[in-house]
Design a binder for this molecule. Sequence first.
Ligand SMILES: C[S@@+](CC[C@H](N)C(=O)[O-])C[C@H]1O[C@@H](n2cnc3c(N)ncnc32)[C@H](O)[C@@H]1O
Length: 420
Amino acid sequence: MKRAVRHFFRWPEKSCVASRGLLSTITTTEEQVDLQGVLAAPEKMEHSEAEDYLEEDEMLYCAIPSDASASSEVTECLFTSKRVLNAVPSLVQPTNPPRDPPWRLDQCSGKGMALFATRDIKQGELVSDRRPLLLSSIKTPVLCPSLAGVSDEKELDRMLNNAETEVLESLVNRMCAENRAAYMRLANTDPESPPSSVRGIHDTNAVGIMELNQNGEAHSTHTCVCEVYSRLNHSCSPNTERRFHLPSFSFQIYAVRNIRNGQELTSSYSDLLAPACERRVFLRNRYGFVCRCPACLEPRASDVRRAQLDDEEEDFDIGLVIQWCKDASLPDDWLIKRCLKHLELIEAEDLQVLDTYWELLATLARAYLSLGDVETAREWAERARRCAWIHPYRRDAQDLEDILGGKYEQLEMWRMRPCT
Ligand SMILES: C[S@@+](CC[C@H](N)C(=O)[O-])C[C@H]1O[C@@H](n2cnc3c(N)ncnc32)[C@H](O)[C@@H]1O
């Protein structure tokens, strides 16, 4: 993922911080930016935004977990927000990788390296649980004392790029030899940089994570580079989904549908509901490849289905169930038919990775419960629970757990829809 946002920060004094047992050292330069000078360039950063950051931000390099034994995985991190750092647990839990990892790394014609299933993998199975090699705030502070006087856009861009590259190189230099070697083995598909370019490798492999977002920020505020996840190639119908698991500070990969032995494991790099031509332009410009997944090779019917999914994307949630329950003018099977139609589109496109997939399963469970059909409600709730990449993280999943645990009679939805 490209670093989209750049900010200018003061670099803190050289110091060591032992608080929370997290930080190993804070590496800084000797110099400090003339902040007034930098802020004088108005297009660089809104003053109020600068104040927000200055209140709390420093540039913090640290290894997580800080108390790692020689055998455990360590992530080299760069944080620019103390609030984010405070969200990381001081005692990081162990990772929980599958005992027999169901994948192998191999060449894949026209795609470089790829991960392939070494046995049948079930929907919801955890495929990998590893700490990233590197994790970094997208808002990388850069030290360019001379930036304030630079008015030429291209020159400014070049200087910022160089500064960002230096930050990434510092992170990679801090890695243990084994992690550094793993990082340097990753692909670099940037034609303008040598294969061993730390920056080129980063920009080819970095993925955004939302789990460290604060205050409802809509875009990822942090990216990471991973030894396993970064080997997944793109598909417009991906068969895996990722989750950054904060308690163990690890990157988890789940199967979003059943995967057969020998099939390639894939993830998504693009907006999956955009038409094929838009996806093609994005993937070619950003990653330099042409996707040959079934949805891209035969886009006509697929585009129609994806446009329908996009148009009809509505809130399949408890509110919709209540609305249907209370509206006697709607037929008894109105909600169920609607959900099944949507589910059919998702399954035809193999888009189980969309959140709507779980929401539909949950809505179907609730709809049957409100009709008083506990057995069928339980079947749909069971299917929702199988979506292990999303179910445990949904705050609105408790009623499904109650249905599965036999506590459905206490739920508001129980027999809420009087059958006509
Ligand atoms: C994050 S890496 C994925 C792993 C990479 N194939 C490797 O060798 O390590 C991203 C790069 O893989 C290649 N790639 C990913 N998905 C692809 C696809 N569907 N078709 C062709 N190349 C793909 C592109 O070169 C892309 O820039």
